[in-house]
Structures are given as C-alpha cells and as structure tokens.
Design a binder for this molecule. Sequence first.
Ligand SMILES: C[C@@](CO)(OP(=O)(O)O)[C@H](O)COP(=O)(O)OP(=O)(O)OC[C@H]1O[C@@H](n2ccc(N)nc2=O)[C@H](O)[C@@H]1O
Ligand SMILES: Nc1ncnc2c1ncn2[C@@H]1O[C@H](COP(=O)(O)OP(=O)(O)O)[C@@H](O)[C@H]1O
Length: 325
Amino acid sequence: MRDSEFFGHVTAVAPGKVNMSLRVGPLREDGYHEVATLYLAVSLQEEVSVVPRDDEAITLSLSERSAFTAAPIDDPDVDDASASGVPLDERNLAHRAASTLRGRLGLRRGVDITLTKNVPVAGGMGGGSADAAATLVACSALWEAGLTKEQLAETGAELGADVPFAILGGAAVGQGVGDELSPLLTRGELHLVIVPAAAGLSTPQVYRRLDTMRAESAVEAEAPRLDPDLVRALCTTDAELIATLMANDLQAPAVSLIPSLEDMLDAGLVDGALQGIVSGSGPTLVFLARDAESAGQVATRLQERTSVWAIPVTAPAPGARLLTT
Ligand SMILES: C[C@@](CO)(OP(=O)(O)O)[C@H](O)COP(=O)(O)OP(=O)(O)OC[C@H]1O[C@@H](n2ccc(N)nc2=O)[C@H](O)[C@@H]1O
Ligand SMILES: Nc1ncnc2c1ncn2[C@@H]1O[C@H](COP(=O)(O)OP(=O)(O)O)[C@@H](O)[C@H]1O
C-alpha cells in the first residue's frame, strides 16, 4: 500500500503574495496587460487538504478554521464568478486546478478538497492562486504524478497569472502577464503588516479602471519596467531603501474605487511604518516595517486607533509545499 492511500489524505500549503512593485503596461488584445512586478511571498498561507473519492466528482468545502470568507463589493460589470465571494463549485481555482491536473494526467479520479483560507479574499494577495497552487501540489502527490515544480507551474499558468509564483514562493521578478518568473536570491527577512479591507475588489475591474484613468488623462502606457535599485534592495532586504522605491500602478485605480484606503495608508505611516501601498489589485494594504518589533507596534497601534485587523507577517516565505503525504 502506498503512503497516500494509507493516510487517505494529503495536505499542502501555499503562500499569499504582495507586489512590492507592480508596473502595468498597455492593454493587450487578449484582455491582459504586460506587467513588470516584484513578487514577495508572505507568511500568511492557505492550506488545502485533498481526500480521494470512489467516484469522479470533485467537491469543495471551506474549513471552519478559515480566517476569511468575505464577498467582494457588488459591481454590475463583474461576472458572477468574481462577485460571489468564494465559489464552491467549478469556478473555484482549487476545483479548476484539480480538474486541469487530472485532465493532464489522463485520470478519472474524484477528490474532496477542503480549503482553509487565511489570505484575504479578493484582496490582491493571490489567495485563490495560492489555493490553486496548493491543490496542484496536493493532487500531484495524491495521484503520484511525479511532476516537477516547473511542470506544476506550467499547469498553474493556465489557471491564473499569479499561480506560478504561488508555487515558486520566495521573491521573484514577474514579467509577461506575471507568469514569467525570475527567482531572486535574497538574504535576511522583511517585516510587513497586512491590513485586509472589509470588502474585496475585482482584479479585472481595477485593471479596467486604470485603463479608463489613463485614457481620461491622455496618459500613454509605456512598456513596464522595474527599478533595478529596488530589485537589489530586495535581495539584501534593505527595508529603508525598499521603502523609498515601492510602487504600484494599480494603487490609484484601487483608491478611486475605495477612497477610504488613502486615510488608512496615512494612518499606517503615522503609526510608524516605513511605507505603505495597496497590495496588487487591492484593497488589502501592506505596510513595510523596520523590524519585527516595529511591525508589532504598527499593527497594535493601527488596531487600537482604527479598529481594523492588522496582521504582522514575515517575508520571503516558501512556495507551495506538502505538509503530509
Ligand atoms: C493584479 C495581480 C498582481 O499580481 O494580482 P492580484 O493583486 O489581483 O492578486 C495580477 O496581475 C492578477 O493576477 P491573477 O489574479 O492571477 O489574474 P488572472 O486571474 O490571470 O486574470 C484576471 C483578470 O485580470 C486582468 N489581468 C490580469 C493579469 C494581467 N497581467 N493583466 C490583466 O489585465 C485581466 O482582465 C484578467 O482577465
Ligand atoms: N479558491 C478561491 N479563493 C478565493 N476566491 C476565489 C477562489 N477561486 C475563485 N475565486 C474567485 O476569485 C476572486 C478573487 O480571488 P482572490 O484570489 O482571493 O483575490 P485576488 O485576485 O484579488 O488576489 C474571488 O472574488 C472569487 O470570486
């Protein structure tokens, strides 16, 4: 009897991410934008358990240990899949991951998937992508597929632009639509504070708002490019220097959709953060702190003064990996 059959389940984890820099080029014909981004995996992670079934069904449930299940704000422009919180059907990225991998392997096996969501939903931290990454890793082990991380990342790229990074983890430059990764060798640790918002934002909606804002101000989008000083500063985890170079082209559109984010960004700086930006497409905010002690203080002060939830995290964190087999 094989290990996975003996235990009957496999559990994998995958990290949420922040974009320490996100530069967005013009809208392409395929509806995507060319990006140049500096991904950083954080210690907030999703957990996915898979149990084999006797039939071919793929089922999904949310564990009671989940910290987040919130739905995003209503938007008539947004399709159902993005407007219904965490869908527990074939629209869920974990479901799609299991189904895509099964198809690639030519298998007809079913699986029960349980998600423990610790990354804010629709928050710009790639929680769904982390679920997909952890599902690929867990199902690959359960089905004894013998695939490399690179092969899993290839399959992941079919599911979403951020999925390959959730498999890789650590720190990386992302190009193309965000799926062409160059891993960075970093030394040291960064201390961040994550501030989730009460409601989420739809990623396509934020990209669309950027296009509209650019069109209205007659700004021609240029080919996206990362500041090489920022990449160097990240490799040496030089928090002071990173703080001066963090940037996000999706911040202005996210703030225009949720104006109160601006006040919260100011509050974090008043409370001692070196810098604060919107994470990816938002609305989660990420503050960079000088060290662990400072991150704890920023989080405590923000919570006391504004009654938001502020979570100190560390980075870089490892990519998707098995907890048990
Ligand atoms: C903005 C970023 C920053 O890392 O992530 P989030 O902050 O949402 O997590 C990414 O670009 C999002 O990645 P991800 O959420 O995986 O995107 P996908 O599911 O592949 O695409 C959702 C939609 O976002 C838009 N999109 C995504 C990526 C990209 N480079 N250009 C785009 O215009 C497209 O409208 C696409 O249909
Ligand atoms: N496993 C999943 N977890 C969360 N949301 C998911 C998942 N699968 C699909 N979705 C859909 O994708 C949207 C964005 O998910 P998420 O990855 O949390 O945010 P973001 O793209 O901002 O990082 C959600 O609003 C939801 O409708």
